[in-house]
Design a protein around this ligand. Structure first.
Ligand code: DGT
Ligand code: CA
Ligand code: CA
Ligand code: ZN
Length: 587
């Protein structure tokens, strides 16, 4: 299972640049194909090969060039980690749109490997046993067998595993249709930009949970103002090229994109735009509370405006509505009916952290561990973002799959950092490491090396399955060590893939506060960890937060904005975020 942890989350933002939105789709398709092949090989117990396929998938998904171009130039084998065998399979897929090899693997092992492996607690070995003993081929079979208490009787499974499987299925069904903010936002922005460029609308805006920066999105809501709604809808349908049309009216439509994401578009009149934006931004409970405030004042509030008797008194802008209701403007991220309306009435909405407040990133990887770029490439990108510092935190220790560094390699890395630092004097490079928290709460790093770092990020990458108490003790014990700046991805969840491990979060917050360790908001698309409710709770307890990208590729440093959105949902101000301050000299 480790493989999925390290290879799945690193998604290049280049994939979603509007100019190559379509072109790089194939790269993702090919990466998905190779991963699926890897899964079948892993279940069939083929040695080494699965890892090779996974490596190739990771490389291809972050390529900035369309894979078809590379194939046409006959250069597939020039791609790092792509050998002759894998190149042949890619070529076949690009030529025919399918893979005979995968078909053969599926024939030999007729199960839905992808789905079964995404259930928490199930690895390749267990999937194989379940197939051999109970003929379990898909999630339905699995659920039925678990409910009928058949799984507990298989050797090596037991009642606990059976329950874990059932919980895993419930989790998947609850989350499978929600998409990470990190995937949905660039796509929605591209659609919005193209709609604006079509000149069929005056204005367009992203609404719904996406505008509120929620970590996962049910569907994309787009809103536009136009005098000719019918033509605006037609323009949108041409741009979106959906694979399915769920509904279409004079002023709206609802579609499913080829990526599977749902988009709702509504077209309104210019003078209604602010009211519609307010309404369709939600949240629903914020809107209900706001509508009640309006009623108390003798007004009526709906998606067309704020009305006194039947006269519209506000609605062109959101600002005008909040103002007429006697409130300060409420940032979309705060609109969850958690007390923000009362604050707005008192005029005391706190100033929230902004992307431009961010001075640097503490969590990044380079080719010294499992990153894809050199130290200098990462530094150059950080400089282009205007950062005053950047922390390099390659994995250290025994995590083989993450290509973790040992003492010799980290010393070599420091030399290179010193050299790069000389070439780039304007940005301060800090020497960090990401250290695995061992099962017993010790750290996978010799104390002397830990002390010689500028800082360490500690995180859980192994042994996710343990009791709540045990996990809490493990993490709190680990925080006792010196020189720790950040607890990385504190809950360990992966959106749509793995639920968070069990831990007493209040205890973690207390320990972090006591040792002056910041909790991370990891902005990697698959992680978004901490999510906003926990980040908010931590900040309320006086705990500090570090918003990091966990970038394994230069462009991934741009994931920072997702984390900032989550921090804003947590009502974070600049002072709550350790990387919204200049670096302190190490004492
Ligand atoms: P999602 O898509 O599940 O991540 O969450 P939202 O918040 O984007 O929800 P969605 O797409 O169903 O609706 C978009 C917004 O439209 C929602 O935030 C508030 C507004 N809205 C939708 N249905 C209702 C409703 O029945 N009453 C009120 N007051 N507002 C609604
Ligand atoms: Ca939505
Ligand atoms: Ca919607
Ligand atoms: Zn990392």
């Amino acid at each position: 299972m480790l493989t999925t942890i390290f290879y799945k989350p690193y998604f290049s933002t280049t994939f979603f640049n509007s100019k190559n939105l379509g072109l790089l789709m194939k790269n993702q398709e090919v990466a998905d194909l190779l991963r699926e092949i890897a899964e079948y090989l892993e279940i069939t117990d083929v040695p080494f090969k699965p890892r090779a396929y996974q490596r190739a998938a990771l490389v291809i998904e972050t390529l900035a060039e369309p894979i078809e171009d590379i194939w046409k130039a006959g250069k597939l084998e020039d791609i790092p980690s792509v050998g002759e065998g894998i190149a042949k399979k890619i070529a076949e897929y690009l030529e025919k749109g399918k893979s005979a090899y995968l078909k053969k693997l599926k024939k030999e092992l007729p199960i839905d490997a992808d789905a079964l492996l995404s259930v928490g607690g199930l690895g390749p070995k267990k999937v194989k046993i379940l197939y051999k003993t109970l003929n379990i081929k898909n999630i339905e079979d699995l659920k039925k067998a678990a409910e009928q208490k058949k799984i507990r009787n298989i050797e090596g499974f037991g009642e606990k595993t059976e329950n874990t499987i059932l919980e895993g299925i419930t989790f998947l069904q609850k989350t499978e249709n929600r998409i990470s903010l990190g995937f949905a936002l660039p796509l929605a922005e591209s659609l919005k930009d193209q709609l604006l460029a079509s000149k069929r609308v005056h204005t367009a805006e992203i609404a719904g949970s996406l505008r509120r920066s929620k970590e996962t999105i049910g569907d994309i809501d787009l809103l536009a103002a136009s005098d000719n709604p019918k033509r605006a809808v037609e323009a949108f349908l041409t741009i979106a090229a959906p694979k399915a049309l769920l509904g279409k009216g004079e002023k709206k439509c609802s579609v499913i994109l080829t990526s599977g994401m749902q988009v709702d578009l509504r077209i309104v009149k210019r003078e209604e735009f602010g009211a519609a934006l307010q309404y369709f931004t939600g949240s629903k409970s914020h809107n209900i509370a706001l509508r009640n405030k309006a009623i108390k004042k003798g007004y009526k509030l709906n998606e067309y405006g704020l009305f006194k008797r039947n006269k519209r008194i506000a609605g062109g802008t959101e600002d005008s509505i909040y103002k007429k209701l006697g409130m300060a403007f409420i940032p979309p991220e705060m609109r969850e009916n958690l007390g923000e309306i009362q604050l707005a009435e008192k005029g005391s909405i706190p100033p929230l952290v902004k992307l431009k407040d961010i001075k640097g990133d503490f969590h990044t990887h380079t080719i010294y561990s499992d990153g894809r770029a050199s130290i200098e490439e990462m530094i150059k990108k950080a400089e282009s973002l205007g950062y005053s510092f950047i922390g390099i935190s390659d994995h250290f220790g025994h995590l083989r799959i993450a290509n973790a560094m040992d003492e010799q390699r980290i010393k070599k890395q420091w030399k290179e950092i010193n050299a790069v630092q000389k070439k780039h004097p304007k940005i301060k490079i800090v020497k960090g490491a990401e250290v695995n928290i061992n099962k017993d709460g010790s750290l996978d790093i010799p104390p002397a090396v830990l002390r010689s770092l500028d800082y360490a990020i500690i995180s859980v990458h192994t042994n996710f399955k343990m009791g709540k108490q045990e996990m809490t003790k493990r993490i709190c014990d680990a925080m006792e060590h010196e020189n720790i700046l950040v607890l990385g991805h504190p809950t360990g969840g992966m959106i749509g893939e793995r639920k968070p491990y069990e831990v007493d979060f209040d205890e973690v917050v207390l320990a972090a506060k006591q040792h002056n360790i910041a909790l991370e908001i990891n902005s990697q698309s698959k992680r978004m960890d901490l999510a906003s409710p926990l980040a908010k709770a931590a900040i309320e307890q006086g705990c500090r937060v570090s918003i990091n990208t966990d970038a394994h590729y230069p462009d991934s440093l741009e994931f920072m904005r997702f984390g900032v959105g989550i921090a804003r949902r947590a009502w974070a101000g600049k002072a709550d975020i350790i990387n919204a301050k200049e670096l302190k000299q190490k004492s």
